[in-house]
Design a protein around this ligand. Structure first.
Ligand code: ADP
Ligand code: MG
Ligand code: MG
Length: 886
């Protein structure tokens, strides 16, 4: 079995096997770019190690062989005392997990080869000892779990002794002393000396990278990002190049376009005389990459050339890591870079203009989750809000909340329902929990590529980084800025697009993308590149998609807004909302009616109100189908709660008031009490038990449609019967409804369809029969999930879903994204058997899933005619329906 690949043997499409980093190092090597030689140990080796707890057979030998050939190529042996080869040991999974796993640099250094390294560098002792102390530090922390702060403290101590804050001021002797201190720390925590044998260092480091796959923060990150838990990481062994050799050396990171806005140009950070992590760790302040032109024009020009080449090759935004060793440029990493939602749209549009991709590909490159982000509200700054600081807009959005300084406090306050802004000098992987809990993240150090920025962008969370006017004092739980002192619990607002920070709570307004959807921005005449890109890609999605998109709306206002957002009808108009407020009393009268007369009176009072509701909605949806669901919830939901009534009755009796009505209500509530109301008297069952109720609704719908038609409009009502499990239920309702419709509609030309929800598993399984009595099906996937799994939706999410997610029983709540295998199978069966019984049967879905990207793809694939979702999700569903179709 082949477990080890030389860089020259791989390519960018082997990410499953070589991880993203390894596959792209191979790709760059084969493009002829300057990549330090090395090899990749596969994810399969990692998986084998993680299942059996030991290296698979043959791995050690293959590593040996590849190491030997690397040594031959470099003309140096690993850790040779006189002329050592040093390597880095780098994790690299299929999906990038920034900072989540481990990397060890300078492997191969020991008490003897440190001298050889210095000689190689022309007697540069400072450099050699700096490299050695870094190895002990990284190796100790990563491989042997020595607490990182201990090393940090020792470093701070050395700087204090020297009277400096800058690690560059430490000379060779200081660093040699530091190596001794580090070794003592290492020995104290591990009970052994720092390993001097280079090959042992290498093997232990490889093993640690394997194991870092299961580090707590990596597990948490994967769950958050929905990365499967069983992929494993590859390990890259790369010959070292040195950015810490002096002022003519350095290291940097760069993007080929702005990952925040998508704008073209060169974006990056550079740090002279530094190694690896220094750039992103925010240890010293980096300079913008453009300044490299002054420092080393040859390398700068070469770098720009390589960046252009990479973009053309990957046909996408790339991010890169590079190091300059004494004027020689080395590429250490590239990948298709993460970006904000806005940048994703803008870049996709630009690449189409540049002829690198076509519109189908552009549509692939964006997704509904990103579009949803662009619909977040923005700060409304027309009042006297002056920013107190400006950092880097690292991840867009507008967030206000209470300031917290620790991850733990963020989690605590968020659990109490507070919005919090996590404020730190810089974040590190241990802050992940707090970052998840916070509404926004604000740091005083670090650029667009800092930990905070990268992770926040990945989470779609608002982040301002590098606001260096902020003096953050974590122990005191305050920060000071522009003469203000802000403490824990004070409210601030941060704008992740502009990087501005405000004291207090700034009001918000709709984003430009929402304004565009609302129709108040003309896409053809606007120079906002984001709106232009959204318009273009949405237009393409609309042309490509087969699924229609409707909305769930219960009022004329919602219907109107959804229509502007592109809804092509209403897939679910709930009528129960129409019985609330003042009308509750009429429902009470209906429930308490003691005879036919009283009941008919109550219904007669409701009829004109319902009719008026429908007229409004039909007008807004003129010419488009409107599915109206007959009343669905148990009637006692319209009555006051039992306890409250009991108290009212008691109090009134005490006062000697007339309590006849309250008593009657109380009795009704007692009589109607159900142990499992969601499985009780509701939906079609109500219609069959309470004479005249459905009839009144059907009449109101038909009369409203006729009224609209008479005014020259066009109403296309579809009456939907909820909770049907047997065709006989539907037939009974249908027989009565048809009579009323025929009577009301007369020769007005109005057409009213009658169909049913498929939300009880039995309905899905007898769909062939039910289709005989239904002109359409609408899948109520909320109830279908609830009844399919036997999960009470209102109870399970808080009670135990976290555990199911933790155990991986499902990767996402089945109420959020359709469970394709189980509940989805019911949908598939019903769609097939329903259409077999009645060709042309209209099929739609009206659960929350209608606006969920993955579910939209599933419904497309099953062949439904439309999805229906809340107005704000309509653009998301349109986009995803387009993506599903190409
Ligand atoms: P991460 O995945 O967290 O970015 P990397 O494996 O890329 O971790 O390495 C961490 C840092 O060390 C990066 O800045 C990288 O460029 C640097 N680095 C890794 N390997 C080498 C090497 N062989 N020579 C010099 N620097 C290296
Ligand atoms: Mg890296
Ligand atoms: Mg339902």
């Amino acid at each position: 079995h082949k477990y080890v690949y030389d860089f020259a043997e791989g390519n960018k499409d082997l990410k499953d096997l070589l991880g993203g980093k390894g596959a792209n190092l191979a790709e760059m090597t084969n493009l002829g770019l300057p990549v330090p030689p090395g090899f990749t140990i596969t994810t399969e080796a990692c998986k084998a190690y993680l299942t059996t707890g030991r290296e698979p057979d043959g791995l050690a030998g293959q590593i040996e062989a590849h190491l030997e050939s690397l040594e031959r190529e470099m003309g140096r042996r690993l850790g040779d005392p006189d002329d050592p080869l040093l390597v880095s040991v780098r994790s690299g999974a299929k999906f990038s997990m920034p900072g989540m796993m481990e990397t060890v640099l300078n492997v191969g250094l020991n008490d003897r080869s440190v001298v050889g390294l210095s000689a190689q560098a022309g007697g540069n002792d400072r450099f050699a000892w700096d490299s050695y102390r870094r190895l002990i530090q990284m190796f100790g922390k990563t491989v042997c779990e020595v607490p990182g702060e201990e090393f940090e403290h020792a470093l701070d101590e050395a700087k204090r002794a020297k009277g400096t804050k800058n690690d560059l001021d430490l000379d060779a002797d200081d660093l040699r002393g530091l190596v001794d201190a580090y070794k003592q720390i290492f020995a104290k925590h591990t009970g052994r000396e720092f390993p001097q044998e280079p090959r042992e260092q290498l093997d232990l480091a490889i093993r640690a990278v394997f194991e870092s796959w299961n580090a707590e923060r990596a597990v948490l990150y994967r769950r958050q990002e929905r990365i499967p838990a069983d992929l494993g990481t590859a390990v890259n062994v790369v010959s070292m190049v040195f950015g810490n050799l002096g002022p003519d050396s350095g290291t940097g990171v760069a993007f080929t376009r702005d990952p925040g806005s998508g704008a073209q140009g060169i974006y990056g950070d550079y740090l002279a005389n530094a190694q690896g992590e220094d750039v992103v760790a925010g240890i010293r302040n980096t300079v913008p990459l453009q300044e490299l032109e002054q420092l080393d024009k040859t390398s700068y020009d070469q770098l720009l050339g390589i960046m252009a080449r990479l973009e053309e090759h990957y046909k996408d935004l790339c991010d890169i890591e590079f190091t300059i060793e004494r004027g020689k440029l080395w590429m250490l990493q590239t990948r298709v870079g993460k970006r904000t939602a806005a940048a994703a749209f803008v870049i996709a549009g630009q690449l189409v203009d540049e002829g690198l991709i076509d519109l189908d590909e552009a549509l692939h490159r964006v997704n509904g989750a990103q579009l949803a982000q662009l619909m977040f509200p923005r700060f409304q700054l027309d009042h006297d809000f002056q920013p107190v600081a400006k950092g880097i807009g690292a991840s867009p959005g507008a967030a206000s909340g209470k300031v917290v300084f620790t991850s733990a406090r963020a989690v605590e306050l968020a659990a109490e329902g507070e919005s919090v802004i996590l404020v730190r000098r810089e974040t590190n992987p241990d802050d992940l929990n707090g970052m998840i809990a916070a509404k926004g993240i604000l740091t005083s150090r670090g650029g667009k590529t800092s930990h905070a920025a990268v992770v926040a962008r990945g989470m779609g969370k608002t982040c301002v980084s590098g606001a260096d006017e902020l003096e953050v004092n974590v122990p005191a739980k305050t920060f000071t800025v522009a003469g203000h002192t802000v403490g824990e619990g004070d409210v601030i607002s941060i704008d992740g697009t502009t990087g501005k920070v405000y004291l207090g709570e700034v009001p918000v307004m709709p984003s430009e993308v929402v304004q565009y959807f609302e129709g108040s921005l003309d896409p053809e005449h606007i120079d906002n590149p984001l709106v232009r890109a959204v318009h273009r890609i949405m237009t393409h999605a609309d042309a490509a998609r087969r699924l229609r998109v409707r909305t769930n709306a219960d009022t004329g206002a919602d219907a109107a807004r959804a229509r502007r957002f592109g809804a092509e009808g209403i897939g679910l108009c709930r009528t129960e909302h129409m019985f609330l407020g003042d009308r509750r009393e009429l429902v009470e009268r209906l429930i308490l009616a003691s005879g036919e007369r009283e009941r008919e009176d109550a219904l007669a009072a409701l009829l004109p109100l319902q009719r008026a509701d429908f007229i409004e909605i039909f007008r807004e949806m003129d010419g488009l189908p409107v599915t109206v669901r007959l009343i669905d919830p148990p009637l006692h939901e319209f009555l006051p709660p039992l306890e409250q009534l009991a108290v009212n009755v008691a109090v009134a009796q005490e006062r000697g008031e007339d309590v006849a009505k309250e008593e009657a209500l109380l009795a009704a509530v007692r009589r109607m009490h159900e142990e499992n109301p969601m499985l009780g008297l509701r939906g079609v069952r109500l219609g069959l038990v309470i004479p005249g109720l459905f009839a009144m609704q059907v009449r109101a719908i038909a009369e409203a449609a006729v009224a609209v038609a008479r005014d020259g409009g066009s109403a296309c009502p579809e009456i939907m019967v909820p909770l049907v499990g047997a065709v006989q239920e539907l037939e009974t309702v249908r027989a009565e409804a048809e009579k009323i419709i025929a009577e009301v509609v007369g020769d007005s030309g109005v057409e009213v369809l009658i169909g049913t929800m498929i939300e009880v598993p039995r309905a899905a399984l007898t769909a062939g029969q039910i289709a005989e009595a239904a002109e359409f099906f609408s899948f109520g996937t909320n109830d279908l999930t609830q009844m399919g799994w036997g999960f009470s939706r209102d109870d399970v999410e808080g009670a135990f879903f976290w555990r199911y997610l933790e155990l991986g029983i499902f990767g996402i709540s089945p109420f959020e994204s359709i469970d394709a295998d189980g509940v989805g199978r019911l949908v598939r069966i019903a769609a097939e058997e329903g259409r077999a019984a009645r060709p042309g049967l209209k099929l739609g879905v009206c659960g929350e899933h209608g606006g969920d990207p993955d579910s939209v793809h599933f419904f497309h694939e099953v062949g439904l005619d439309y999805v229906s979702c809340s107005p704000f999700r309509v653009p998301v569903a349109r986009l995803e329906a387009g993506r599903a179709a190409i």
